[in-house]
Ligand binder design. Structure first.
Ligand SMILES: NC(=O)c1ccc[n+]([C@@H]2O[C@H](COP(=O)([O-])OP(=O)(O)OC[C@H]3O[C@@H](n4cnc5c(N)ncnc54)[C@H](OP(=O)(O)O)[C@@H]3O)[C@@H](O)[C@H]2O)c1
Length: 294
């Protein structure tokens, strides 16, 4: 297969390495030149292109058998989201529809779910986020689902939870730096997935995801913040973090969701088997990795 990974960064590079190991030819798109050496070093053929610029895309030689879009808005604001996700996706659909790949996988986010009642959330649950950035992601998904319906682009959407892994994992890193605090009673639910399982889920979607369908990519166990810290504390023999002040907790709570995102579909319909079914296995591996580095 000739595979293109657009936004070949934290997830894209290990995905590319795995695809190369499986014998595919892999190209990676980044916006900046710095990414080139990182991609070249592992055998991915680098292409420097900004997907928000439609004309730029015509410089990339088509066709590809598989295309994966793991572009991420690194700056985070709503305008950047609109440019990178919405406009970028519109450009990709326009560019690819004359010569579509066999499969197009897009990594959306579980932030499209705005639920605040700690309910179980599956792919058919409402996607009504409160945040402006979440709304942009819902719009982006709509574009892709329409393109799939119109047979323009055989898209599979993965709604990815909070990614952790080597050098990632916000709460974990805060905890190690003694900067973490527990918000409220620590009841906030965290939905997460190890980077290796994001790679695994993308590969599964390329092989057996159905075009026009959506799959949550999240591990087996949404965990309350306090239970996560308790596990870290017991595993590392380190004190629990302090509680945040009421004011801090109230501030942090604004706009936050409370939900248990289900991975049933990914496992049952695509037959995906998690390498790290819960944060316990995933963070045990990360802690081990850090021990080996020291
Ligand atoms: N991180 C999470 O917890 C999380 C949660 C849910 C979903 N996701 C999704 O998962 C996917 C993978 O995330 P990640 O952490 O691997 O992303 P990442 O490494 O932060 O970013 C991926 C790459 O996108 C490239 N990029 C950004 N804008 C671009 C543009 N306009 N044109 C071309 N390339 C562009 C960047 O290239 P440069 O470095 O050259 O700028 C970057 O290397 C993303 O789609 C993200 O939205 C992430």
């Amino acid at each position: 297969m000739r595979v293109l990974i657009i936004g070949c960064g934290y997830v894209g590079i290990p995905l590319g390495i795995e695809l190369l190991r499986l014998g595919h030819e892999v190209f990676g798109v980044r916006r900046s030149f710095e990414g080139e050496s990182e991609m070249k070093a592992v055998g991915i053929q680098p292409i420097t292109t900004d997907i928000t610029n439609r004309a730029d895309l015509d410089k990339i030689p088509l066709p590809f058998d598989w295309v994966v879009n793991t572009v991420s808005s690194t700056q985070g604001g709503v305008e950047e989201y609109k440019a990178v996700y919405l406009e970028g996706t519109r450009n990709l659909i326009d560019w690819l529809s004359a010569n579509p790949p066999k499969k197009f996988v897009y990594t959306s986010s579980t932030s499209v779910y705005g639920q605040t009642d700690a309910s179980a959330v599956k792919e058919s649950s409402p996607t009504e986020p409160q945040t402006d950035t979440g709304k942009v992601l819902v719009e982006t998904e709509k574009l892709l689902l329409e393109a799939a319906q119109q047979n323009k682009l055989p898209t599979v959407i993965l709604r990815v939870a909070g990614i952790y892994g080597p050098d990632r994992g916000h709460l974990f890193k805060q905890y190690l730096r003694d900067e973490a605090t527990i918000a409220g009673k620590g009841e906030r639910l965290i939905n997460m997935i190890h980077r290796d399982d994001v790679v695994g889920a993308i590969l599964a979607a390329l092989k057996s995801g159905r075009a026009g369908e959506v799959y949550n990519a999240v591990d087996d166990e949404p965990v309350a913040q306090i239970h996560f810290f308790r596990w870290l504390s017991e595993t590392l023999g380190k004190e629990m973090p302090p509680y945040a002040t009421e004011e801090e907790s109230a501030q942090r709570k604004r706009g936050l969701t409370q939900k248990k995102v289900s991975n049933r579909r990914l496992k049952m319909e695509m037959g995906y088997q998690f390498r790290y079914p819960t944060f316990r296995q995933g963070y045990s591996a990360e802690i081990q990795r850090l021990d080996n580095v020291e």
